[in-house]
Design a protein around this ligand. Structure first.
Ligand code: ADP
Length: 725
């Protein structure tokens, strides 16, 4: 008998059943099936045992109970072992071992290694491999401190060594058995232990002892049921007897061995015959088990896949969640940010509007009295010729003009910054423009004893189209600066034709002086607002706005200014502006302008003005031209008087108490009175144009104004009204 540990395994099953029962119901059911399979196996009911163990394996695999899987495989392997299908037995023992490792069941490992040792040593005759398994079995047996198990394995290993004549190697194991025989030896091992001891004594030539042990072995065998072991005892004893030359006894024992072996063989034959039919099914059975395995693998893989899918899903969800949260946060932040930006924009717009309103109010309020001051100064000078040499009066006139230019500069710079300036297209002669500038600055050139020299490229066409007023303003600023900062020197104004691109004639302007110059450290600053450098008390007063206006105006032309200067080296400013050259267009513009506006008729003008000084100034200007005029203080008075009298033209102030100029005009127009109305206002023209037109005003003149300009407009409008009428 090989000492298989199925019995021990059963005990294990009971122990585990306790655990299994306390677990899930399926596991308890599987455990029951395993036990059933074992029972069938024990009673050599291999077919039933195999079927039951397969069902058990199926369930165990489904419930992923590695321990029960290992046990099921072990019973299957045991069945194959008994049916002498050793390769399959080895295959399933190994499977069982794999799950025993997974379940970390050392007791199972110990049993399986022992059984594998048995198959390899005694069936496959691969002793080295088999002994190796035994040794592993012993190691696990000691680990779980199950000496009784180790006892049996030692027996097996000793027998295996003795079988191949390695008595020395096998002896320590036999020694262990002898030492523990009292404790663990039982009837079933008595034959084998005695036989092995006999064999060892034989090896050592202790013939008497050997003889005694062999006889004990045979005696134990004859009293028990272990026929197989008894047969081996007879065989070994026969070998011994042959050695000591007792041939007769040797023959008897060999015969006994043959007899028992034959009986056993017959029994085996019967057993094999009884399961012969089933044997055919064994392959199918193995296939079924393989299927279970494969299903398990595919299940595992699909589980793995679904796990991966779940993990991926969770990951993707998490990422999405993070993204959504970030998005929401971003949106919120942006919303908040946008709100803040909107608020800031509103505040900035409000501030800019306030600034614009402030500047326009201030300029209006300044221009109104300035109109009076300039007007009255002019009146005084005309009416009292003897005062024309009065220093005080010319100072007054100068101061008023200076104040006016300051107001205009501030207003203009503000308008450019607000992008409210649009260049106009007027036709002009560059030579005329420069001559006009030169003449108007003659006072300044005389004051500093400067000479102005003008050079204009002969290739420049006579008439060009462009914003001549802004060009004049630029030149005026630069030339007056040159004259201011040069003494006893020369100021040069030079215009060259640089290039022609289609209708565009690019003119290069150069304003050069040999005055004090500008230090290179200051050259960047001087274009900023209100910046003045190296200003001495006796200098002509300035606002520090001139160059910044020049720079901004040039920006409107799409041009930039270049400065070359150094202290004591004089200064030259240069820039380039394209003007259009189009003779046909020029002609059209000239035709439109050159209308004869002079008239010898005496027109009757109504002045609507609340400011008494301004009433006086305007009245004087009108009467000086031999026109008749009437003055009223407010809009209501105007409405009254036009009911009674007819006028050729009405000069209407805009900013008046009770009813402003726009409202008054509207009411006049409602009365179907078509008399031309000119707004005479201190407001900036651009600011009121829209409202003026919509209320029925024909034109606007900003105070203070050039009287000539006023009369030109008056004549033009009256003539136009007469033509229409
Ligand atoms: P302002 O109206 O006070 O003259 P500008 O903006 O026109 O102001 O000029 C700024 C400063 O640039 C002046 O104060 C002066 O110092 C310097 N500057 C301008 N033009 C000249 C020049 N041709 N020669 C010397 N310095 C000049």
């Amino acid at each position: 008998m090989r000492i298989f540990f199925l019995l021990i395994f059963l005990l294990n099953c009971f122990v585990n059943t306790v655990n299994a029962q306390s677990e899930t119901i399926p596991d308890a059911k599987i455990d029951k099936l395993v036990k059933q399979a074992w029972e069938d196996f024990k009673y050599s009911n291999f077919e039933k045992s195999l079927i039951t163990s397969r069902v058990a394996l199926n369930y165990a695999t489904a419930s992923k109970n590695n321990d029960l899987i290992a046990k099921s495989y072990k019973i299957i392997a045991g069945n194959y072992n008994e049916l002498s299908e050793f390769d399959k037995a080895i295959f399933f023992y190994n499977k069982s071992l794999y799950y025993a490792y997974k379940a970390d069941n050392d007791s199972l490992k110990h049993n399986l290694y022992n059984n594998l040792g048995n198959v390899y040593c005694f069936e496959k005759k691969q002793f080295d491999k088999g002994i190796n398994y035994y040794k592993k079995s012993i190691a696990y047996g000691l680990k779980i401190n199950n000496v009784s198990h180790v006892y049996f394995t030692n027996l097996n290993i000793a027998w295996a060594y003795f079988d191949i004549g390695k008595f020395k190697e096998g002896y320590p194991y036999l020694k262990f058995i002898e030492n523990n025989i009292e404790k663990y030896g039982d009837q079933s091992t008595e034959i084998v232990v005695n036989m092995l001891t006999g064999m060892y004594a034989n090896y050592r030539n202790e013939n008497d002892a050997a003889n005694a042990y062999f006889l004990s072995a045979i005696k134990a065998g004859e009293n028990g049921e272990e026929q197989s072991d008894l047969s081996y005892a007879h065989l070994e004893y026969s070998k011994f007897l042959t050695k000591i030359k007792k041939y007769k006894e040797a023959y008897e024992h060999l015969t006994a061995y043959n007899q028992i072996t034959e009986e056993l063989y017959n029994q085996e034959k019967l057993k094999k015959a009884s399961i012969a039919g089933f044997n055919l099914e064994l392959d199918e059975y193995k296939r079924q088990i393989d299927k279970i395995e494969n299903e398990k693998i595919s299940q595992y893989q699909s589980l793995k896949k679904s796990r991966i899918i779940v993990i991926l899903f969770i990951l993707v969800s998490l990422i999405l969640l993070v993204l959504i949260i970030t998005l929401i946060k971003n949106i919120r932040f942006k919303k908040q940010h946008n709100l803040e930006l909107l608020k800031a924009k509103e505040i900035a717009e409000e501030a800019s509007l306030l600034k614009t309103q402030f500047i326009s109010t201030i300029s209006h309020e300044l221009r109104t009295p300035l109109y009076g001051v300039v007007g009255i100064t002019n009146m005084l000078l005309e009416e009292h010729k003897e005062l024309s040499h009065s220093k005080h009066l010319s100072s007054l006139k100068f101061s008023a003009r200076y104040l006016l230019s300051l107001v205009n500069d501030i207003l203009q710079i503000n308008k450019i910054e607000e992008n409210k300036v649009i260049l106009e297209n007027l036709t002009f002669n560059i030579s005329d423009e420069i001559t006009m500038i030169k003449n108007s600055l003659s006072f300044l050139s005389q004051k500093n004893n400067n000479k102005i020299s003008v050079y204009i490229d002969a290739d420049i066409p006579e008439y060009l189209i462009g914003d001549k007023l802004r060009l004049a303003q630029i030149l005026m600023n630069l030339v007056s600066n040159a004259l201011k900062f040069t003494k006893d020197g020369e100021v040069e104004i030079k215009v060259d034709l640089c290039k022609i691109e289609g209708k565009n004639y690019f003119l290069d302007f150069l304003i050069k002086d040999n005055g004090v110059g500008i230090a290179s450290v200051d050259q960047g600053k001087i274009f900023e607002k209100f910046v003045q450098v190296g200003r001495k008390d006796e200098d002509y007063q300035g606002t520090g706005l001139g160059l910044s206006i020049v720079k901004r105006l040039l920006g409107l032309f799409g041009s930039t200014i270049t400065l070359e200067s150094d202290i004591g080296q004089g200064t030259s400013f240069s820039f380039m502006i394209p003007f259009e050259y189009d003779p046909q267009k020029t002609k059209k513009i000239i035709d439109e302008i050159e209308v004869d506006l002079t008239s010898n008729e005496v027109y009757k003008i109504l002045i609507v003005e609340d400011n008494l000084i301004n009433q006086l100034v305007t009245k004087k200007i009108i009467e000086k031209n031999n026109y008749v005029c009437k003055v009223v203080d407010d809009g209501f008075a105007a409405l009254d008087i036009i009911e009674k009298e007819s006028f050729d033209l009405i000069l209407m102030d805009i900013n008046m108490p009770l009813m402003n100029g726009f409202e008054t005009t509207k009411r006049i127009r409602l009365k179907q009175i078509k008399t031309p109305i000119v707004a005479l206002t201190a407001f900036d023209k651009d600011e009121i144009t829209d409202e003026a037109i919509s209320s029925g005003i024909n034109d606007i003149i900003v105070k203070p104004f050039e009287p000539l300009k006023l009369f030109k407009i008056i004549n033009y409008l009256i003539q136009e009204a007469e033509n229409a009428g």
